[in-house]
Design a protein around this ligand. Structure first.
Ligand SMILES: C[S@@+](CC[C@H](N)C(=O)[O-])C[C@H]1O[C@@H](n2cnc3c(N)ncnc32)[C@H](O)[C@@H]1O
Length: 206
């Protein structure tokens, strides 16, 4: 191979590595329209499970970290007429769509506040919120402790922190079904290959 071709090949390899690394550091689900709508469909099914045992009747102000397109905000504003919600996200696209969806649903802008954040610092004073909520967010973050420290900082004394994330172990079934176990073992292998920290709970012999 001549020198010119070697150079082109090396540049192509470097480009692929950089592109792959950039993709890996981005939010996994992306911000396509279908994905933005999926978050609302998902919540229509899962909200009863997320909020089982949670009563926010005495909550005045709630911070949702990683509010996305507002599936939780819409649900909570409809459930609790006296609550005010601040929604923060690292994506301007998500926040714009969130704003559109809340407008389309005739939610008064006085009832919520949306703000872009850098993913490390919440731009609010200490002890500002009664409740801080994370739903399907920490699993996307490299160092969740930074966000958790911020959450504790902005929580009022005696406030509540609610977190919902995917827990792979909860997909076990009994009696064991080989095809389902195979599926989750492969899924965990895939998540691990993408840089996820998985437990390999499903890596049982089948
Ligand atoms: C799976 S979506 C969940 C959205 C919403 N909580 C829901 O239940 O529909 C995760 C969201 O977290 C946001 N996000 C990721 N890292 C973040 C960070 N460090 N701080 C704030 N938001 C973040 C993403 O942009 C995305 O909108």
């Amino acid at each position: 191979m001549d020198l010119q071709r070697t150079k082109v090949l090396l540049i192509a390899i470097l480009y692929c590595i950089l592109h792959w690394k950039q993709k890996m550091e981005h939010y996994l689900h992306g911000y396509e329209h279908d994905e933005q709508i999926r978050l609302h469909r998902q919540n229509a099914v899962l909200a009863p499970l997320i909020y089982r045992g949670i009563n926010l009747l005495s909550t005045s102000n709630l911070l949702e970290v990683g509010c996305g397109t507002g599936a939780q905000i819409l649900h909570l504003l409809n459930e609790y007429p006296n609550i005010h919600i601040t929604g923060i996200d690292t994506s301007k696209e998500q926040l714009e769509t969130c704003q559109e969806i809340l407008c389309k649903n005739h939610i008064s802008p006085k009832r919520y506040y949306l703000q872009w954040v850098n993913g490390k610092h919440f731009p609010y004073p200490d002890q500002s919120f009664d409740v801080v909520l994370f739903v399907w967010v920490l699993e996307h973050v490299k160092d969740p402790t930074i966000l958790l420290q911020e959450a504790f900082r902005v929580l009022k004394p005696g406030g509540s922190l609610y977190i919902t994330e995917v827990y792979n172990d909860s997909f076990r079934c009994h009696p064991p079904e080989p095809d389902i176990m195979w599926f989750w073992t492969e899924m965990e292998r895939f998540q691990s290959a993408l840089g996820g920290k998985v437990t390999w709970a499903f890596n049982w012999p089948i």
